[in-house]
Design a protein around this ligand. Sequence first.
Ligand code: GLC
Ligand code: GLC
Length: 839
Amino acid sequence: MKYGHFDDDAREYVITRPDTPYPWINYLGCEEFFGLFSNTSGGYCFYRDARMLRLTRYRYNNVPTDFGGRYFYLKESGAASSPCCDSSSAGGDVWTPSWMPMKSKLDRYECRHGMGYSRISSARNGLAFSQVSFVPLGDNCEIHKVTLTNESNAEKNIDIFSFVEFCLWNANDDMTNFQRNFSIGEVEIEGSRIYHKTEYRERRNHYAVWAVNVPVNGFDTDRQAFLGLYNGFDSPQTVFKGHANNSVASGWAPVGSHHIKARLSPGESKTYVFVLGYCENPQDQKWETSSAGKATPGIINKKPANTLLEKYNTPEKADKALAELNTYWKNLLGKFTVDASASSRSEDKKMARMAGVWNQYQCMVTFNMSRSASYFESGIGRGMGFRDSNQDLLGFVHLVPERARSRILDIAATQFPDGSAYHQYQPLTKRGNNEVGSGFNDDPLWLICGVSAYIKETGDYSILDEKVPFDNDEKLADTMFIHLKHSFDFTVKNKGPHGLPLIGRADWNDCLNLNCFSSTPGESFQTTANFESGVAESVLIAGIFAFVGPDYVEICRRTGRNDEAAYAEKEIAKMIDIINQYGWDGNWFLRAYDAYGKKIGSKECDDGKIFIESNGFAVMAGIGIEDGRAVKALDSVKEHLESPYGIVLLQPAYKEYHLELGEVSSYPPGYKENAGIFCHNNPWVTIAETMLGRGSRAFETYAKICPAYREDDSDLRRMEPYVYAQMVAGKDAPRHGEAKNSWLTGTAAWTFVSISQYILGVRPVFDGLLVDPCIPSDMKGFTVTRHFRGADYNITVDNSAGVEKGVKSITVDGKVHEGNVLPAFGDGKIHNVIVTMGK
Ligand code: GLC
Ligand code: GLC
């Protein structure tokens, strides 16, 4: 069943009933301030770091789910309370127009998730409500513009109550340290502005403000006073009573609620602009100063709040900010667009809407969040990943290359002098974080991958000359090129008995913990090492090395480092030899050798005979293409790992826990890395298939995990039909086809690479823009527009020949063009490119 539909022109997903199979969320904010916003107005917001600077509280894993957000309660005086389950209120009808938290019966409901904003519209008893929520560009706040319209024939008297619950900044302490928390909550109230200033008296120099642009009839800041003793968000006593208590929080749980009385004649609308902002003062200007210039301790300096609120104190100003946000996204998504109307296959419009809009949107979100804050990542545990952030770049670098550049510099600064790296770093401090330690031996290679993608996109080699610290230590700084060299050398210098790369703690598959040997319940697989074998090897890392190594060679050549290029080439050739010798199992590529030197991912194994990752990467690196092994490997993947919902990670699933394998065998069969459809690696097979020229198969692997293709199946899939999920339960799982962990996954970047660069085939290379589509033969054509190094390319592909791969001819601006690499024109102009496929 479907719970909504795509509105392609508006670039919105329209949810048409509130009780989606899981909260379907959106992200507000694309710079420094972010909100997670569900289709029933649930979620929370934070400034820069979801753990350290969280403005509003959110209870993960709450019952009922998604209970808490920015809520508006309405009470219509005099109206009979609606039938259904709502608690009755003496002399009035109380309801929540976002459905949650009261699960109010609504006569109308719609939630539109758009690019950086969401809009909820609903109605009950002739009263229409609409809320548009977004984070404006350039400011650190959420704006919620709320409009009430009387659609009935009689005058209506409405009490509006806003509601947010403040988080005491550090989200981890906030939900654990109650012996302190219940005594520290502090607020200040001034007219329609509620200030949350917990810990401001001591070391913080920031506060939150929750304000509305009209005078209020009352307020509440004490949670219990607002809700009533033992009440939940679904039965706030104050709202039923119809008037606020003007409570001032002291300790306990500070909240922010405004009470506004509105009288609406028939047909009349009223609009309010609510702003939830983050404000900071310089340390020496924390307190308000009197006219005599004396600081008033205890009274916060409200200047930054005044400036902020002044900017959004009318509906017109809010609308203008939203229009600016829309233009911003229109321009961003204008950098890569897809039109599939010439394809003759009606389903291709799903591909076009994903590749042209939602997939890129998700890439922005993963770039911003890494794996920190979603409805599955609590914003507490995980910082920016070295490996993850480098891969996230791949789907983002074309959107805002400058931001990709500075991200690369941040990531590289957490690298150790030997090329290895902290696995994660904290976004606020940008320092490597030891919580997950280091020693994931694939990490260094992803830096080469990220930097190459940046250079191919921009042609900017100057990044290689940037001085970047090692281990965040300026004294150890060296050029970015040296960082790449150490990345490359790390693999060269850390090989095992077969000459394959040592796996360390794990490679890309965090759960293949070959040196962990944990038998203690609850022990972290990611940080435990009870058995430093020094021999466990990864064929995947070898494949990644063979895939990204040639880019390193190119970078060396193009910067005149010919000796280094020659050395690197030799090392790559050596690695390929080793893969051929020790990485091939007869019908597919092996996955690894364990701490005893035993094969993993081999026909010799009982479970885990074949894995997806090494097969994808080896073929992406071009291994076995000439002698037919690549075809064999990918056919084996299809034969053993294929399912209706995508390719599972391994088969057969591990049925019992293996001390020598670690976390991969800890999951029930069919979930996560134990034979789940771990979507991140599916596009590697897609890309590999295009290298073999098998366009139909490549597209099939693409479409199977593409959420838009599963919209009708939302009851089973459960996650948002507009974003990729990290994992879909595999064929061994009772809930085969059910997705989890939507939004923050490397799937976003890699699927975008697979569809845009390899299937549609428009791929930045060092020399320009390569055009080399690999598509199903019945796809008759398509158009891609691509902004590239300062020019726009309008690329129309004609496949009336009905081939899967092969470019017969290209014209650029009407003239025949030799080869299929378009030059970087860099002239700010639009160039019309016609590509004719054929043999
Ligand atoms: C998660 C991690 C990623 C890892 C993958 C496979 O998505 O964020 O780093 O590669 O799992 O284990
Ligand atoms: C768990 C997850 C895996 C993730 C890892 C690191 O093992 O299953 O996907 O990469 O944690 O946090």
